[in-house]
Design a protein around this ligand. Structure first.
Ligand code: ADP
Ligand code: MG
Length: 440
């Protein structure tokens, strides 16, 4: 293994982890050589070393192997600190090094039912001026557009009022800067930096749960800014109340503003995003013809995570251009087998029944048995709905597997759930979650 191998793997990791995590955890690492099959990575701080070791060492080892490195394992050492002496970076550094992705604007954000509320709230905050809610708290599953919306707000605010001091950080960066400041005795700089901004955005705040001193500092920063009327925008993978190991006083602070969630994407939104993305690809790949039905196929068959969806399309175009083929269903099947396959797996009615009863904490025997109380009947109908949608079983076959029920009962259940899902977003989320769990 050589420096070049490491450089190559770093690029791959950047793709996988995204620019933020990459900058926080991988970029600070230096390759220190291999001895006896052990590759050493030097980290500037013990904290980074431990974090990378716990979270990324399997991934790094795997990617090193794929790149041809003959190593058995990784070891981490804490080398010369490269970064610790640097004071916390000014929020609006000379150039426009804001840490924002230029592609993440309102223009490129496709609005659909699952994200319309979050989008509207983000727009409102981006208009600047006094808003009725502070903080704006955006939450939702991975790859649903939280970071995109936050960057879009920042871009918009910045272009409307260039003098505004907008600081966007991931919660990891917040913690990393905080700890670096503590170590190097620059805590006052840290405090004044974070208290001097006009708008603070902290992405993926669930990350600081359980990290006591960082939480404490976050709490004080938060209060100082809110007290002086500065706008705060926070994102997390779940609602404030559901973040485990987050201090109660922080939870209640976070709930004071407007809490909006991004729901899992539905088919129409996915298709809309695919169309926009394909449009953007056209000038890049003028020679490639996109056959009808491909986008629909992808929107149907790939997960609700937009990142995965985009990745699939990117791969498809890159592959088509490489081998000089058109983008059509056949190519999609060839080239995306791994992404599509996971959804192609045959799910059985029994698996569905098991998963659903686990999810709703009822016994399997109660799901299949005769009792008609709501707490059993609803999960039963949900399981019927999933059985109808995820398997090829006919209604009578499904009925038989649900304790010998009639096919009209199944039909009624399936219809009922489909209706309820229209207005009950909690139910729609539950079902999306179950579908995902069943396709893994
Ligand atoms: P999250 O922060 O919620 O995990 P991101 O904001 O990073 O998700 O979104 C993942 C990817 O999907 C990004 O490339 C983003 O541009 C894209 N994306 C998500 N939602 C939308 C949308 N509604 N319209 C266009 N692109 C989207
Ligand atoms: Mg994000």
């Amino acid at each position: 293994m050589t420096q070049e191998t490491w450089a190559r793997v770093r690029e791959i990791l950047k793709e996988i982890l995204g620019a933020n995590s990459y900058a926080n955890w991988i970029e600070p690492l230096e390759f220190g050589g291999v001895s006896d099959g052990v590759a050493t990575l030097e980290a500037p701080t013990t904290f980074i070393a431990n974090y990378v070791k716990q979270n990324f060492s399997d991934l790094i080892t795997h990617k090193l192997h794929e790149t041809g490195a003959a190593i058995d394992r990784l070891s981490f050492s804490v080398g010369k600190p490269r970064d610790t002496k640097a004071p916390a970076k000014a929020p609006r550094a000379e150039g426009k090094n804001t840490g924002l992705d230029n592609r993440f604007t309102f223009d490129t954000f496709v609005v659909g039912k699952p994200n319309e509320l979050a989008h509207a709230a983000a727009r409102r905050v981006a208009e600047g001026g006094p808003v009725g809610f502070n903080p704006l708290f955006l939450h939702g599953g991975v790859g649903l557009g939280k970071t995109h919306l936050m960057h879009a707000i920042a871009h918009e605010l910045q272009s409307r009022s260039p003098h505004l001091n907008v600081l966007y950080v991931s919660a990891e960066q917040f913690m990393y800067r905080f700890i670096t400041a503590l170590r190097s005795g620059n805590i006052m700089d840290f405090k004044s930096l974070f208290r001097s901004v006009d708008v603070l955005m902290v992405d993926d705040v669930q990350f600081i749960a359980g990290k006591d001193s960082t939480q404490e500092e976050f709490f004080h920063t938060f209060n100082a800014l809110v007290d002086s009327g500065k706008q705060i925008i926070i994102s997390a993978d779940r609602a404030p109340g559901d973040i485990k190991d987050l201090e109660d006083r922080i939870k209640s602070r976070l709930q004071c503003g407007l809490v909006v969630d991004l729901h899992p994407t539905d088919y129409e939104l996915r298709l809309g995003i695919m169309q926009a993305k394909a449009e953007a690809f056209k000038p890049l790949y003028p020679e490639i013809h996109l056959a009808a039905g491909v986008l629909e196929f992808l929107a149907h068959r790939i997960s609700s995570n937009v990142r995965v969806l985009e990745g699939a399309l990117t791969r498809l175009f890159a592959f088509a251009s490489l081998v000089g083929r058109d983008v059509n269903l056949e190519l999609a099947n060839d080239c995306l087998a791994d992404v599509i396959k996971s959804q192609d797996r045959k799910v059985t009615v029994e698996e569905i029944q098991r998963k659903v009863s686990e999810h709703y904490l009822i016994r399997l025997s109660d799901m299949l048995g005769p009792k008609r109380v709501r707490s059993f009947a609803r999960p039963r109908q949900i399981a019927m709905y999933l059985a109808k949608n995820l398997t090829n079983r006919s209604l009578p076959e499904i009925g038989r597997r649900f304790g010998g029920r009639d096919h009209t009962t199944v039909m009624h259940g399936v219809k009922r759930i489909a209706e309820l899902m229209q207005n009950d977003s909690q139910l729609a989320d539950d079902i999306e979650l179950l579908k995902r769990a069943l396709s893994e």
